[in-house]
Design a protein around this ligand. Structure first.
Ligand SMILES: *Cc1c(COP(=O)(O)O)cnc(C)c1O
Length: 375
């Protein structure tokens, strides 16, 4: 056997032994939070499509119209010939939604952070990342070549201590956090972070992947990035910022410059979804309301977002709980390290405007019954 084959197989065997191997499961999603897996019809509590817009007929029609009019792909980087008309329309709307002067659409949220952070910070600078920040925040920080430090999750005292000790040694300081944390569903104390940033002349980037359209923002950061692939039901990423910052990204963010523009259909679909977010506030309020109904039923702390973690601990136990729920018709995928810290494997339950109250109550009752049975 070649050394490559041996490496792949021994690494997989090691992951298997720790219940950390990942498998793809074909999943056909549909309206009303439906997901079909291995021939089984399930109600999904594992999608980030918080308003059910990926299957909304208006969003689909907008994507289809753009596909027919502008073709399947952008054909080149946006700086060459890939800057098709739906992009400017979406950017103007994203900027207006966030109250910034400008916006820039990237290939994905992950790519956005890989481009934004290195365009703002480099060797000699300091990047401070919340310890529970998303993988792409750490990846962007690493790619920048700046000194990287993590501050304790949502801990402004720790952040202040680091800033007080280190600020003078670095020319530029960037703070990276999330409006709603992707695996815990809690929110950053953004106003306090922005005050600290002002005091120490640091720049704050907030990743709004899970906040846009579903939680009321406490404050706005000068750098607001996010994704088109969660609440907006499509695919892509964005940055909302000042005109100068966006213009700088257009020239300097490598993950913007050296990659093909998004397909017109994805952009037009996201724009149609943003229309719905803005024009249907009752729909936008629904996921958080359902999450709170669920936390009340289970006696958990009140949900701060549509994401509710059910902490289990060990990876194998989280997989077993997920399988037991799946047997009852509920899809709640287990989240294991390294996505979450070791010993904090969990089910991450995500609520959508597409869920009914009865579905939410059904999931809560199934979890209570399994707990009662000692599972
Ligand atoms: C999903 C996610 C991203 C990545 O967005 P994609 O568009 O899926 O690449 C970035 N940050 C956070 C916090 C996320 O949850």
């Amino acid at each position: 056997m070649s050394s490559l084959e041996t490496f792949a197989r021994t690494t997989l065997a090691d992951l298997d032994a720790k219940a950390l191997r990942r498998h793809l499961v074909e999943t056909a999603r549909g309206p009303e939070a439906a997901a079909t897996r291995e021939g089984r019809a399930l109600v999904s509590f594992s999608c980030n499509d918080y308003l059910g817009l990926a299957n909304d007929p208006r969003v689909i029609a907008a994507g289809q119209a753009a596909l027919a009019r502008y073709g399947a792909g952008a054909g080149a980087s946006r700086l060459v010939t890939g800057n098709h008309p739906p992009l400017a329309a979406l950017e103007a709307r994203l900027a207006a939604h966030k109250g910034t002067a400008a916006a820039l659409v990237f290939g994905s949220g992950y790519l956005a952070n890989l481009g934004i952070v290195p365009a703002l910070a480099g060797a000699g600078d300091l990047v401070l990342v919340d310890a529970l920040g998303h993988s792409c925040l750490f990846a962007g920080a690493q790619l920048s070549g700046a000194t990287r430090l993590r501050f304790r999750h949502n801990d402004c005292d720790h952040l202040r201590t680091i800033l007080a000790a280190r600020r003078a040694r670095h020319e530029r300081v960037l703070i990276l956090t999330e409006r709603v944390f992707s695996m815990d569903g809690d929110r950053a104390p953004l106003s306090e972070i922005l005050n600290l940033a002002a005091e120490y002349d640091a720049w704050t980037l907030v990743d709004d992947a899970h906040g846009l359209g579903v939680v009321e923002p406490q404050a706005r950061a000068p750098l607001e990035m996010g994704t088109l692939s969660k609440t907006l039901g499509s695919y892509g990423g964005y940055l909302c910022a000042s005109r100068a910052v966006v213009d700088l990204m257009t020239s300097r963010a490598r993950s913007f410059v050296y990659t093909t523009g998004l397909p017109p259909a994805s952009v037009a679909a996201a724009l149609a979804a943003l229309d719905i977010v803005e024009s249907e506030p009752d729909r936008a309020a629904r996921p958080l309301g359902l999450a709170r109904r669920f936390t009340a039923r289970l006696g958990l702390p009140e949900a701060q977002s549509p994401i509710v973690p059910i902490l289990v601990g060990e990876a194998g136990a989280a997989l077993a709980l997920s399988a037991a729920l799946e047997a009852r018709g509920f899809l709640a995928v287990a989240i294991r390290p390294p996505t979450v810290p070791a010993g904090t494997a969990r089910l991450r339950v995500a609520f959508s405007a597409a869920h009914t109250e009865a579905q939410v109550d059904g999931l809560a009752e199934a979890i209570l019954a399994l707990r009662h049975a000692g599972a």
